[in-house]
Design a protein around this ligand. Structure first.
Ligand code: GLP
Length: 264
């Protein structure tokens, strides 16, 4: 795992955009995440698109997850959120931005269709991830199988509480979701997890330095041969090996194409 510590959340966004831009230039299939953490990264990518530095015309995108039961045009559906925050502002064709269908009366069939669509597209080149305060990625709550695929899940009350800020009240947050599984996420060729703020420090410590365990779904990154984790100082504050990660970054061998990842 490559661990990069940046001073602020704004710096995290710039470094994350650098990593993503390398994939975008190759016309990659992008795995996109919602939540507040990646928003600054999306803004940085939009800025580069506006400046004529980057085109997404050859890319396609798959979302990580979706609420069950929210109409697609609901402002908090992830279908709408990713368009509002990111893809409406760049040149990726809208039909090439896919997400699980949370409106299907048969969520299990919708989940299976989504998993198949990802495979048929040739898989995901780079999967962007945030992390929940309880260590979830996508909507894979603690206890999720490390081998799971896209499926129906019930949210933990903590996740409902965390996400209530986007709704008028906690009662409006759907408790059922469709999410890529941890096995689906592991199939992506490159994982890029971002975490900012002190509230994520415990989750970051557990995912980077804790045991691989279904109880901390983000720890599945330890099983991936090409995972990059970018955090700000606040989110890094509980890491035991913080100084080593900093040292290793300053000593990155320059001959590696991406700037020194994948030394694990
Ligand atoms: C939601 C999303 C996750 C996201 C998490 C953290 O549960 N399904 O993909 O990582 O929230 O969100 P935030 O970045 O707002 O802290």
């Amino acid at each position: 795992m490559e661990l990069i510590i940046r001073p602020t959340s704004a710096d995290v966004a710039v470094t994350a955009a650098d990593v993503l831009a390398e994939h975008v230039r190759r016309g990659a299939t992008l795995g996109l995440a919602t939540g507040s953490t990646p928003v600054a990264t999306y803004q940085e990518l939009i800025r580069r698109y506006d400046a004529g530095e980057l085109s997404f015309a050859l890319c396609r995108a798959f979302l990580l997850d979706e609420y069950v039961g929210l109409p697609r045009d609901h402002e908090q559906s992830y279908y709408r959120t990713i368009r509002r925050e990111f893809t409406e502002h760049i040149d990726i064709p809208d039909a090439r931005v896919q997400s699980p269908d949370g409106t299907d009366p048969n969520p299990t069939a919708a989940a299976d269709r989504y998993e198949t669509a990802i495979v048929e597209a040739g898989g995901i080149d780079i999967q962007l991830l945030g992390v929940g305060t309880n260590g979830h990625i996508g909507f894979n709550e603690p206890g999720s199988s490390l081998a799971s695929h896209t499926r129906l899940k019930t949210l933990h009350p903590q996740t409902v509480a965390d996400n209530a800020r986007f709704f008028d009240s906690a009662d409006e947050v759907p408790i059922h979701v469709l999410t890529q599984g941890l096995g689906t996420i592991r199939n992506a060729r490159h994982l890029l997890l971002l975490a900012t703020g002190e509230g994520k420090a415990d989750a970051v410590r557990r995912l980077v330095e804790g045991p691989v365990a279904a109880f901390c779904p983000a720890s599945v990154l330890q099983l991936h041969e090409f995972a990059t984790v970018i955090v700000d100082e606040a989110a890094a504050s509980d890491l035991q090996y913080k100084e080593y990660y900093r040292f290793a970054e300053t000593k990155k061998p320059q001959w590696q194409g991406w700037g020194g990842w994948n030394l694990a």
